[in-house]
Write a new protein. Structure first.
Length: 181
């Protein structure tokens, strides 16, 4: 079984994905790490995905993200895996088809209050349009992104304050029910 996790920054794609992959005994791929590896191979430069975005800009980053996605889809075409994609990846139309082909797409839909706390714990992100109003920034981003995430997702997993283990158990139950239909 191949599973693609989508959602906002801070929704737990990497944390949940790591435990889900361990539970299913399949490889885990994290888009941010894959982008860093690809950039390093192509340029010889070891930078975090945040620094790649800052230093090279959105156009370069989105092109790198799309190439990484295509490469991962080809490399894991006949293998089971869990893939945590970047929050912006599904927003690019050319990526939506690839993500849908890769496996069962799960949208991790975290309660807004919980999500804002998680995001702000790492500082105000550069992609927030209003640095002085994080709530407004998140609300605007969610208003634009949630319809795209929900349209692409085979399943939406609503998350509040549950532990990672609880979220993984919910995902496994939802996947079993989904596969039986």
């Amino acid at each position: 079984m191949s599973i693609v996790l989508i959602g906002m920054k801070g929704c737990g794609k990497t944390t949940v994905g790591t435990l889900l992959a361990e539970t299913l005994r399949v490889p885990f791929l994290d888009a941010d790490a894959e982008i860093e590896h690809m950039h390093s191979r192509e340029t010889g430069e070891d930078l975090s995905f945040r620094l790649i975005l800052q230093q090279y800009g959105e156009t370069y980053f989105h092109a790198l993200d799309s190439r990484m996605l295509q490469q991962s889809a080809r490399a894991y075409e006949h293998r089971d895996f869990v893939f945590a994609c970047g929050g912006r990846t599904p927003l690019q139309h050319e990526n939506q088809e690839t993500l849908a082909r890769m496996g069962t797409v799960l949208f991790l839909n975290v309660d807004r209050t919980v999500l804002l706390k998680r995001i702000l714990a790492q500082g105000i992100p550069t992609f927030f349009p209003y640095a002085d109003d994080p709530q407004r920034s998140l609300d605007e981003l969610l208003a634009r992104r949630i319809p795209i995430y929900k349209k692409l997702a085979n399943l939406t997993i609503d998350i509040g304050e549950e532990t990672t283990g609880e979220v993984v158990r919910t995902i496994l139950m939802e996947l079993r029910a989904y596969e039986q239909h």
